[in-house]
Ligand binder design. Structure first.
Ligand SMILES: *Cc1c(COP(=O)(O)O)cnc(C)c1O
Length: 383
């Protein structure tokens, strides 16, 4: 293991040179978008072209660009009529939008525990959480593993509830030949800078094969207008998409497959190196390519804080995603029934550690990260 790889610097978690190769293009797009005839800066022809281009990546589903992944979830839940008195079953472990989007509509997020290894929501726990007030279930793909969507579809069908797929991190992921985002009645992708199809700012899309749902989402994203301007059929919101981001995403789209492939290869290499470490308290995600997405590469470590310190001492940045399960967050405490526990979500919040997997890492850096983790497991810890 040679520290020379890092040249005294820290291997970053997110690529600091994210758009360096695209800088000239971005500046040119600012100029071109800024000087375009008609001066249309939102929901123009570039947005329409991006929506059209993305359709080809999701089996021809409808794509509606909006202001963020979170906003996409809100648009879907709103279009489904979720509101006060309704319950939506969401994972107990995950990002805040899973709770926020539901709570902000006046509905109740009901937290279901997760699988202890893959960290996606456990279908049996989702089913257990369903009550007569359940309006929808909203599983999320996590870090590197897609949720068990066949089971989710079956549960939604059996109980007559809506199925929203939080596929914000899983763009390009495929499970059993079917793209992420198309398993639910509707799904989302997020374009926030750090996501796999991140942009130079914010954005997202709603993906759905349901033409009626797409039509309603399209109206809702622009204040509920449909047909004549300033006539509002529904209470909508402002979740419009920016022409500059659309132009930049159109430029970035052809390279997406290669960047995702690079992530997947880095992840596969880590998983191969870490597979023997399970008995030493470091558990990698399951191997394979089906139902995988590598926004984040995450291990479960018995001695997470010590591993984190060891990596930092050797110049490797790591992240703890979600030091608290959602029902343990102050914001969602009122949705955590007294006495209810989510033991697997709690265990994940104590053990999860994410390693750099961004496509700009060199092979030498990837090997160095793997070596550093393996050295820790072998007992060669930083003081
Ligand atoms: C990033 C993310 C979101 C939200 O996307 P934004 O574009 O940041 O609003 C929602 N769900 C999950 C699982 C995410 O990781």
């Amino acid at each position: 293991m040679t520290r020379a790889v890092t040249r005294g610097r820290t291997i970053p978690f997110f690529a600091p040179d994210l758009f360096e190769e695209d800088r000239e293009v971005l500046l040119d797009l600012v100029r071109r978008t800024g000087t375009v005839a008609g001066q249309r800066f939102i929901l123009g022809e570039r947005t329409a072209a991006l929506e059209e281009a993305l359709r080809a990546t999701v089996d021809g589903a409808e794509v509606v660009a909006c202001s963020s992944g979170t906003s996409g979830l809100t648009l879907i839940l709103t279009a489904m009529g979720v509101g006060p008195g309704d319950e939506v079953v969401v994972p107990a472990y995950g990002c805040a939008p899973l709770g926020n989007t539901v709570a902000n509509l006046g509905a109740t997020p009901v937290f279901a525990d997760i699988d202890p290894v893959t960290m996606v929501v456990d279908p049996a726990e989702v089913e257990r959480a369903i009550t007569p007030r359940t309006r929808a279930v909203m599983p999320a793909h996590m870090f590197s593993v897609m949720a068990d969507m066949p089971a989710m579809r079956e549960i939604a069908r059996r109980h007559g509830v809506r199925l929203v797929e939080d596929s914000a991190v899983a763009q390009g992921g495929v499970l059993h030949g079917r793209p992420a985002g198309t398993w639910g009645e509707a799904g989302v992708f997020s374009f926030v800078q750090v996501k796999t199809f991140g942009t130079a700012g914010e954005g997202g899309v709603v993906v759905t094969h349901d033409a009626e749902l797409a039509r309603v989402v399209r109206a809702l994203r622009n204040h509920g207008q449909e047909g004549p301007r300033f006539v509002h059929q529904r209470v909508g919101l402002n979740s419009r998409f920016d022409e500059l981001q659309a132009a930049f995403q159109l430029h970035r789209l052809p390279g997406l497959a290669a960047r995702l492939e690079r992530r997947a290869r880095i992840a596969a290499h880590y998983t191969e190196r870490f597979a023997p470490l399970a008995e030493r308290g470091i558990v990698p995600p399951p191997p394979g390519r089906d139902g995988r997405c590598y926004y984040v590469y995450s291990v479960l470590a018995e001695e997470r804080e010590a591993l984190e310190r060891h990596l930092a001492a050797h110049g490797v940045a790591s992240h703890v995603y979600y030091p608290l399960p959602l029902p343990h967050q102050p914001a969602f405490a009122r949705f955590a029934p007294p006495g209810r526990e989510w033991p697997h979500a709690w265990a994940a919040s104590r053990r999860q550690l994410a390693l750099p997997v961004n496509p700009h890492l060199t092979d030498a850096e990837v090997e160095y990260v793997a070596d550093t983790v393996c050295a820790f497991a072998a007992g060669g810890r930083a003081a």
